[in-house]
Design a protein around this ligand. Structure first.
Ligand code: TXA
Ligand code: MG
Length: 313
């Protein structure tokens, strides 16, 4: 992809129709979801999907999530097992991705050759309208250069990908702020592949069963990349107090410009996490982050922070 202008589209009827037209025409378009902005391509068209990998600089072995308008459309792409149907009923549309046996219809580039496909029905109204208008599954990783912080505003998308993608549909800030929870099955046992915007405790309530946590090997999920969501600055975790030069991201510690949530609310902290990391990075000093509880959305927040702090290649 050569450098070319990236269209900014407002998330009104005209902008959504234009984004849908571009996607159907094989272009790549960033769009808002309730978790993070995705970089979309027609999942049935390998040439379009290849542009997404190229724009992100993403290793081609890392498969993508197919976004669909509703559970019925998901059923055309994957085998919806009984457990999957129950979870879809409870949590779709919403921040849950299910990895299920695939049925064909999407490009092999989306699944990177696996015999499973990750599917999700996002809840964000602009995303829903867009997916209905496209009428095809839309493959979409987070709309950031591979390995960097995920975007929760249209401006973040342009920071990383301006000139490398065809358009961005500006639907305002993402309300959840961390990526979807990814659940798969191994020998019939539900396995958490990535903690995310839906707390795993809620999945366990619906399934009436404990969810196993992914152990080292197995599938190419982002956890296998040691460094991910990385700011430019050094990042220190579980910091009860800052060093003099550090920007200190606090939690539940009263009002501060740098607080993830002054009241100690994990949903608020998730929604603010990536934006605050970007702001701290721009301040140009090393970053320290206070301890964050590990229950509920805290699992996803701690997961992203651990990867952001991991040794860089
Ligand atoms: O909230 C989200 O999930 C966002 C928004 C845009 O929907 N998307 C997102 O996509 O986070 P991405 O590509 O950054 O992360 C999806 C992860 C990939 O890292 C990949 O490893 C995993 O999902 N994945 C995709 N297909 C898979 C499969 N068939 N089996 C196992 N893991 C899979
Ligand atoms: Mg990502």
């Amino acid at each position: 992809m050569g450098a070319h202008a990236t269209l900014r589209l407002a998330a009104d009827a005209g902008g959504i129709a234009e984004a849908a037209r571009l996607l159907r025409d094989g272009r790549i378009v960033a769009f808002p979801t309730e978790t993070v902005y995705g970089l979309g391509a027609d999942a049935t068209d390998g040439r379009s999907v290849a542009k997404v990998y190229a724009a992100k600089g993403r290793p081609s072995f890392n498969p993508l999530i197919a976004h669909v308008a509703d559970a019925g459309m998901a059923g055309g792409l994957v085998e919806m097992t009984d457990a999957a149907l129950r979870l879809a009923e409870a949590f779709w549309p919403g921040p849950l991705t299910l990895v299920l046996p695939r049925r064909g219809a999407v490009s092999d580039l989306v699944t990177a050759g696996l015999d499973t496909l990750a599917v999700r029905v996002p809840a964000q109204p602009v995303a829903r309208a867009l997916l209905s208008a496209v009428g095809r599954p839309v493959a979409a990783p987070s709309a950031n250069p591979s390995g960097r912080i995920s975007p929760t505003e249209a401006a973040h998308v342009l920071d990383g990908l301006d000139g490398r993608i065809d358009a961005v549909l500006d639907g305002g800030p993402c309300t959840v702020g961390v990526e979807s929870t990814i659940l798969g099955w191994k020998d019939g046992v539900p396995v958490l592949l990535r903690p995310g915007g839906l707390p795993v405790e809620r999945i366990e309530e619906v399934l009436g069963q404990r969810v196993a946590h992914r152990s080292g090997e197995a599938i190419n999920a982002p956890g296998q990349l040691s460094s991910h969501y990385a700011p430019e600055a050094a990042l220190r975790l579980n910091a009860d107090a800052p060093e003099p030069e550090e920007t200190w991201l606090r939690f539940g510690d009263g009002a501060s410009d740098w607080s993830l949530s002054p009241t100690g609310d994990l949903e608020e902290a998730a929604a603010r996490l990536f934006g605050l990391l970007r702001r701290a990075d721009a301040a140009g000093r090393p970053i320290a982050v206070a301890p964050i509880p590990t229950h509920g959305l805290g699992a996803a927040i701690n997961d992203r922070l651990a990867r952001a702090a991991a040794p860089r290649p």
